[in-house]
Write a protein that binds this ligand. Structure first.
Ligand code: COA
Length: 264
């Protein structure tokens, strides 16, 4: 399946269960216009619509990237109106990605700034090319990264690092972002292959267990450990009743049984 929205390209590979969403405003370095933000949500909804375990088609992972060598240069400055209500409405795609049930991988080349960096940090994984440049330049416009930029960095690393990046507005390299644990992996020319291989590995696992792990790990940043353990018990119990659990248990017992997990 391949769908063109105004500013995104959405592809889905039924064989692997991997969805692909490309931000496609290369002339503006894929800056987040209102249309692009809507199309990110529309594109993810389109991918969700493919998910039908009873039909044997399961969405298992999504890769988000930018067209033509840049991830995204942040909010589209030409659309800034100074209207606070407008600024609020631009948060939707960030939350949609964070709350999206299947794992989302940001594959990052070139500029990844402001709202682009916040989009990447809303994803579950960040795989970067060594040429990628990260930053939160909003301070130079007299505003802050209002979709959680400093919040995300404070959780991924610490508040002092978040302030260093957000108060200076300086760009940092992929290598530095990796040292700071803001990206998972850095690659050279093998970025595409390595990202695809990682997505395929996740996609080969039991999808409901993968989704529950995302749910658990996301909850860990919100609740204390005691509450988190209770949360995990609620997540694990229904998994024991799935066909995929039976298949996994059988594969453990029988050497020559290769399970195909189907999200049921
Ligand atoms: N919003 C709208 N348009 C943007 C944009 C943004 N955030 N970032 C880049 N563009 C546009 C430029 O206006 C330019 O358009 P043009 O060719 O019609 O003039 C095009 O993308 C290429 O950008 P340009 O500035 O010429 O490229 P560069 O390589 O010299 O610089 C950046 C790249 C990313 C350093 C620079 O574009 C920049 O600082 N962008 C703003 C980043 C930002 O502040 N983001 C946070 C916004 S809250």
């Amino acid at each position: 399946m391949r769908d063109e929205f105004d500013t995104t390209i959405v592809q889905f590979d039924e064989e692997t269960g991997i969805g692909h969403l490309t931000l496609n405003r290369p002339d503006a370095l894929n800056a987040l216009s209102d249309q692009l933000r809507k199309d990110i949500v529309g594109g993810l909804r389109r991918l969700e619509a493919e998910n039908d375990a009873d039909d044997g088609v399961v969405l298992r992972a999504v890769i988000i990237e930018g067209a033509d060598g840049n991830f995204c240069a942040g909010a589209d400055i030409t659309e800034f109106s100074g209207d606070a209500a407008g600024a609020r409405s631009d948060r939707e795609h960030y939350e949609f990605i964070s709350d999206f049930p299947v794992p989302v991988i940001a594959k990052i080349r070139g500029y990844c700034l402001g709202g682009g960096f916040e989009t990447a940090m809303s994803c579950d994984f960040r795989f970067a090319h060594e040429d990628a440049r990260f930053g939160l330049p909003e301070v130079d416009l007299g505003i802050i990264p209002g979709a959680g930029g400093a919040q995300f960095i404070s959780r991924l690393n610490n508040p002092s690092v978040a302030m260093e990046i957000a108060m200076t507005g300086d760009h940092i390299s992929a290598e530095r972002a990796s040292e700071l644990e803001l990206v998972n992996r850095v690659y050279g020319d093998d970025l595409d292959g390595a990202t695809r291989e990682f997505a395929e590995t996740i996609a080969s696992k039991p999808p409901l267990a993968v989704q529950a792990i995302k749910d658990s790990a996301r909850a860990a940043t919100e609740v204390g450990l005691a509450e988190g353990r209770k949360y995990d018990r609620r997540l694990v119990e229904p998994l024991f009743a799935t066909e995929d659990f039976e298949k996994g248990a059988r594969a453990f017992a029988e050497d020559d049984y290769e399970p195909e997990f189907e999200g049921r």
